[in-house]
Design a protein around this ligand. Structure first.
Ligand SMILES: Cc1cc2nc3c(=O)[nH]c(=O)nc-3n(C[C@H](O)[C@H](O)[C@H](O)COP(=O)(O)O)c2cc1C
Length: 193
């Protein structure tokens, strides 16, 4: 038998440190959501991890399709893979959308100008374009806006918290993979790899 509680706690520690560590494989993850006819997936940056209840979070433009999708169905999944340690984490989640509230205010206040300008584009992300447009005001392509001007981006800023309903860990080993789930009652269940 393995100490799967210990493995799980270690993975949560890895996730926590990945928030500030851009070099960690867990710094970005793949998020899925329900669209009308297709499941949608995309990469997002891990911006926060909260324990008890377990939550992970990311930032997004409020005008983006993922927000519409999560509004109409807040069930989604998050997938992480650490290639060096050969560990996959899979989470079933419920999304909580924060827009123009005390949560977004605090995070926005700590968002660097370089990231703020990504929320200053005139176009809603994913809208069709007649020609290439980076969707950042042209004067800020090579420099950052002043703090005052960067506030214009706040109207498009949102912070999404994903409440984890079920976790799954897969550790790849030459002598037998380890795979288990942790449900929202905190029960640990081995599943076949
Ligand atoms: C490395 C990387 C990190 C990204 N991080 C984010 C992010 O934190 N938030 C976000 O909304 N989009 C992020 N994106 C862009 C999304 O993957 C996606 O292209 C965009 O948000 C539009 O998604 P949607 O049409 O499903 O809403 C990132 C893309 C890459 C390649």
């Amino acid at each position: 038998m393995h100490n799967i509680e210990y493995i799980y706690k270690t993975e949560l520690e890895q996730l926590k440190s990945a928030v500030k560590d851009g070099g960690s494989s867990y710094h970005t993850f793949t998020l899925s959501s329900f669209s009308e006819n297709y499941p949608e997936i995309r990469t997002v940056v891990l911006r926060g991890v909260g324990i008890e209840p377990l939550r992970i979070s990311f930032n997004a433009d409020f005008r983006s399709p993922k927000i519409k999708e999560l509004k109409s169905n807040n069930s989604c999944s998050a997938l992480f893979y650490d290639q060096d340690r050969r560990v996959q984490l899979r989470f079933k989640c419920k999304a909580i959308l924060n827009y123009n509230n005390h949560v977004t205010r605090e995070i926005w206040d700590n968002t660097p100008l370089q990231s703020r300008k990504c929320y200053m584009g005139n176009y809603a992300p994913t809208i069709l374009l007649d020609e290439w447009n980076p969707n950042i005001p042209s004067e800020y392509l090579k420099k950052d806006p002043d703090k005052n001007i960067s506030e214009q981006g706040y109207i498009n800023f949102s912070h999404i918290q994903l409440e984890i309903i079920e976790s799954e860990v897969l550790q790849l080993h030459h002598d037998g993979h380890i795979r288990f789930k942790v449900n929202n009652k905190g029960e640990y269940l081995y599943v076949a790899p």
